[in-house]
Design a protein around this ligand. Structure first.
Ligand code: ATR
Length: 274
């Protein structure tokens, strides 16, 4: 029997998740159908319950519903609890289980796909919203030399650092506070690229051989990656790999099989450049 999954968002028509999961299913011989489902802004829970009633087995959740999905879950994985957000729901007879695969997806893209081990590295995370929060614990689990959070509003960065202080000491402040420091990995988790804006980063913060990673992706270079290139970052990566890897991790949660993400990422990259 075919199992049904979906991605819930608003908007969602642009989502690449159905194409990604279709390739994972074909590759692994899993009998799965995956669709994009638009949830009304005030109707997320109703849409989830409707999908469950129709026999749905699970759902990915995207903007702007990840916090609502967190609240709707009857059971949370440890990583979803830490993230304060859910991007992967699994439905069983009596339960909605919430998980979050975003952080695992980011780490896997950086370490496995880009070949950049994070242990012992100095990491700078830009942003203090939901996207940043979701990746902090997975980054700390890689045992970096240090993690710094920089945000336009310093108080939000400090509040976020405080929430993870039981795992490790995390530095926090505004962008200007990073002046004089050098980082091996700088990750953009702000939504500034969406507005086409560059961040006011001080010069000299990219260490020799450093990686600049933008969680955003799009046709052409994002403003953050353009800035990173100008400031001498040695490696540049956008968030397309994270998108595919968070999907692969969700597929693993649902189906118990880890798909081969490489051909899927390569195909998406070709499409994006076209
Ligand atoms: P998301 O879920 O994508 O993280 P969010 O929770 O609204 O969205 O957080 C957006 C992040 O992008 C915040 O860190 C925000 O900075 P503030 O906390 O100071 O608002 C950051 N951001 C958005 N636009 C920005 C811009 N033009 N310049 C710098 N930071 C920006």
């Amino acid at each position: 029997m075919t199992d049904h999954y979906c991605v819930l968002g608003n908007p969602v028509a642009h989502s690449r998740s159905p194409a990604i999961h279709a390739q994972f299913a074909a590759q692994s011989g899993q009998d799965v159908v995956y669709e994009a489902l638009l949830a009304p802004l005030e109707g997320f829970a109703d849409t989830v319950h409707g999908f469950i009633a129709a026999g749905g087995k699970g759902a990915n959740v995207t903007v702007p519903f990840k916090e609502e999905a967190f609240r709707l879950s009857n059971r949370l994985s440890a990583r979803a609890e830490r993230a304060g957000a859910v991007n992967t729901l699994t439905f069983t007879a009596d339960e909605i289980a919430g998980d979050n695969t975003d952080g695992a997806g980011l780490v896997r893209d950086i370490e496995a796909n880009l070949g950049f081990p994070l242990a012992g590295k100095r990491i700078l995370l830009l942003g203090a919203g939901g996207a940043a929060r979701g990746v902090i614990a997975p980054l700390l689990a890689c045992k970096p030399a240090g993690l710094t959070i920089a945000n336009r509003s310093a108080d939000k960065a400090q509040a976020l650092a405080e929430q993870f202080s039981d795992i490790a000491a995390v530095d926090a402040g505004n962008f200007a506070k990073t002046a004089g420091s050098r980082f091996d990995v700088i990750i953009n988790a702000t939504s500034a690229s969406l507005a086409g804006e560059a961040l006011p980063l001080p010069a000299g913060i990219f260490a020799p051989g450093s990686l600049a990673y933008d969680m955003m992706y799009g046709k052409g270079e994002t403003p953050f990656l353009a800035l990173a290139r100008a400031q001498g970052a040695a490696h540049l990566a956008d968030g397309l790999g994270m998108l595919v890897e968070q999907a692969a991790e969700a597929f693993l949660v649902w189906r118990g099989v880890r798909p081969d993400s490489r051909p899927v990422l390569a195909a998406l990259r070709t499409q994006l450049a076209a």
